[in-house]
Design a protein around this ligand. Structure first.
Ligand SMILES: O=C(O)CCC(=O)C(=O)O
Length: 325
C-alpha cells in the first residue's frame, strides 16, 4: 500500500516511486513466457532461412541483442511477436497474473477507487542496447488518448523487470507539471511516437528528473505527467512493462464489443483509447463483472481484428527545427 505521503506526492507532484510491488519469483513466469516467444520467433526465422544462428545459448537479457545485431532488418519481427499482434497486446497467463496482481490493485484502489478497469493500452518494452525505438521522446500519455478523457485519471504503472538505471534508460519526468492540461504533441509519422517539441516543454529539459526504479518496483505516473526515456547504453536489455488503470467512472469499452463502437455516442460512452479492449480487474460493487483470464483473452483478440478510430485528436506532423547555418 502507498503511505499517505506517497499518495500525496502522486497527486501533487505527478509521480511516485514504489520500490517493491512484484517479487523476483512473481516476475519469473512472464520472463519465461517472453523467452519462449523469442525462442519460437528465432526458430521460425531460422526455418525460413532468414537467420543462421538462433543464439539459443543467450539468456533473457542478451539474446534479442544478438539476434537484432545479426539482422537489424528483422527487428520488427521480434518486437511484434513480443508486443502482440495489432492492438491485442501479449495475453499470456503470466501477463494477466501481473496485470491483476493483488498488491498492485490495492495501490490502484488508493488512486482510482475500488472499481478498477485496466486500460487495454499496456506495453512490454525490451529496450535493447542502442535500439533507436527504445528511446521514447517527451510526451504525456493523454497525448495518445481521446481528448474527452483529458480530465480523467488514468494511472501509468511503469515496472522494470530489471533495475532501471540512468545507463540502461530509466524514465525522466518533469515534476509538478501535470495540472496544466495536455501540451501540444506532434506526430512522428505512422510508426513513430508522439513528441512534445522542446520549445513546448513546460521546463527546460535540463530540469527533468531521472527516476531509477528497482526491478519489480514501479514508477506511478498520472496521464498528464510529461515523461521520456533515452537510449540504453549498457550491454544488457532493459525490460519493462507499462500498465494503465482507471476508475470505472472514466470512459471505457470494457462492456462493449467493437461492433458497438459509435463515434456519435456521448463522450462518456467512448473509451479513452477505442481501438483496444479494456477489461475489469476489480469490482467491490459487482464482483461478477471482473473479467476472467479467458474473457480477457477473448476481449483482446476481438479488438485485434478491427481498426477503430481514436475520436477527437489529430496531432500535426513533427518538423524538427533545422539549425540555421
Ligand atoms: O519504457 C520507456 O522507455 C518509455 C515508457 C513510456 O513512455 C510510457 O510508459 O508511457
Amino acid at each position: 500500500m502507498l503511505t499517505e505521503e506517497q499518495r500525496e506526492q502522486f497527486f501533487q507532484v505527478g509521480y511516485v516511486v514504489v520500490p517493491h510491488i512484484y517479487t523476483q519469483e512473481e516476475m519469473e513466469p512472464l520472463r519465461s513466457e517472453l523467452s519462449e516467444i523469442i525462442h519460437s520467433t528465432a526458430a521460425r526465422l531460422h526455418a525460413e532461412g532468414k537467420i543462421s544462428d538462433t543464439h539459443a545459448e543467450e539468456g533473457f537479457y542478451t539474446r534479442l541483442t544478438r539476434l537484432m545485431d545479426d539482422h537489424p532488418e528483422l527487428t520488427w519481427d521480434y518486437l511484434r511477436a513480443i508486443e502482440g499482434k495489432g492492438g491485442g497486446g501479449h495475453t499470456g497467463e503470466a501477463m494477466f497474473d501481473l496485470l491483476t496482481h493483488k498488491g498492485l490493485l490495492d495501490i490502484m484502489a488508493q488512486l482510482v477507487g475500488e472499481e478498477i478497469v485496466a486500460s487495454s493500452v499496456y506495453r512490454i518494452r525490451p529496450k535493447v542496447p542502442g535500439l533507436e525505438r527504445g528511446a521514447v521522446p517527451w510526451h504525456q500519455d493523454s497525448g495518445y488518448f481521446a481528448s474527452h478523457c483529458d480530465k480523467e485519471m488514468i494511472v501509468t504503472c511503469w515496472i522494470p523487470l530489471v533495475d532501471a538505471t540512468l545507463e540502461n534508460g530509466c524514465l525522466y519526468v518533469i515534476p509538478k507539471t501535470h495540472e496544466n492540461g495536455v501540451f501540444a504533441h506532434k506526430s512522428r509519422g505512422p510508426s513513430g511516437y508522439l513528441i512534445i517539441p522542446d520549445a513546448d516543454l513546460p521546463l527546460p529539459e535540463a530540469e527533468a528528473i531521472p527516476v531509477p526504479v528497482p526491478a519489480g518496483g514501479a514508477l506511478l505516473l498520472t496521464n498528464l505527467t510529461p515523461h521520456c526515456s533515452y537510449l540504453n547504453t549498457t550491454d544488457t536489455i532493459r525490460w519493462s512493462l507499462d500498465l494503465r488503470y482507471q476508475g470505472r467512472g472514466a470512459p471505457t469499452n470494457a462492456f462493449q464489443t467493437p461492433g458497438e463502437f459509435d463515434l456519435n455516442a456521448p463522450p462518456t460512452e467512448i473509451a479513452c483509447y477505442p481501438p483496444e479492449g479494456d477489461f475489469v480487474v476489480r469490482s467491490r460493487r459487482d464482483p461478477a463483472s471482473v473479467h476472467t483470464y479467458r474473457q480477457y483473452v477473448e476481449r483482446r483478440a476481438m479488438y485485434d481484428k478491427v481498426s477503430l478510430p481514436v475520436p477527437g485528436r489529430s496531432w500535426e506532423p513533427y518538423q524538427p527545427l533545422v539549425e540555421a547555418k
